[in-house]
Design a protein around this ligand. Sequence first.
Ligand SMILES: [Zn+2]
Length: 233
Amino acid sequence: MDNYLLYEIFIIDSRLEELKKNNKIQEMTKKISEFKAKYDMSKRRYEQLVLMIKDKHIKQKEIAEKIKKLYHEVDMAEGELYSSSNIKLLNQLEEKIKYTRSQIKKLEDDAFELLLEIEEITKDAQHIGAELKNIKEQFEEVKENLNEQKLEIENSIAELMKKREKIVEKIDKGIISEYEELKNKTGKGAATLINGSYCSACRMQLPLMLVEELKNKKTLTKCPNCRRFLIVE
Ligand SMILES: [Zn+2]
């Protein structure tokens, strides 16, 4: 009787151990931190681009103002040009207008260049923005999935613990405390199955008599070598 019950405890304990070191959870926890790193990196890049665009918009405004000012200067000079008859002054004014127009042309080229740059960066930023959204969605999905699985595992553990308690009540206290002690000492299985006439844990061949006794479930015996409780399935 105790042999069978101890076997159940052993199965429950193995299951509990499996649940506690669930690979899927570890895998997903790793995935979550990978998502986080990827997201943070993209977000930093995105913020950089947004700053760059802002900066270039300011430059664009500055250039526009300069161009406006220069056009005004040209207008003024042209006005003077038509109201003056001094040859020397006329020549100076024409030179000034020519120079200012070339300045305007240069600034307009700069403005166009800037416009192209802003378009390019905006495209990049939109691309990264979409990527961020995508990462976030995937991240949420994984996180939700992970939480569900965690909850499932926690429920399974609680259920198994309850079941275990009920079985423990039925087992001789001496045996169960010996089993617990052994489990704490070895860190895992304090009981093991026999495989034919061998101990599954340490692979030692067991005395035939002992195997016979075990199979008749008359006794609760430990492996003479590794001291684990031996269990017949
Ligand atoms: Zn053994």
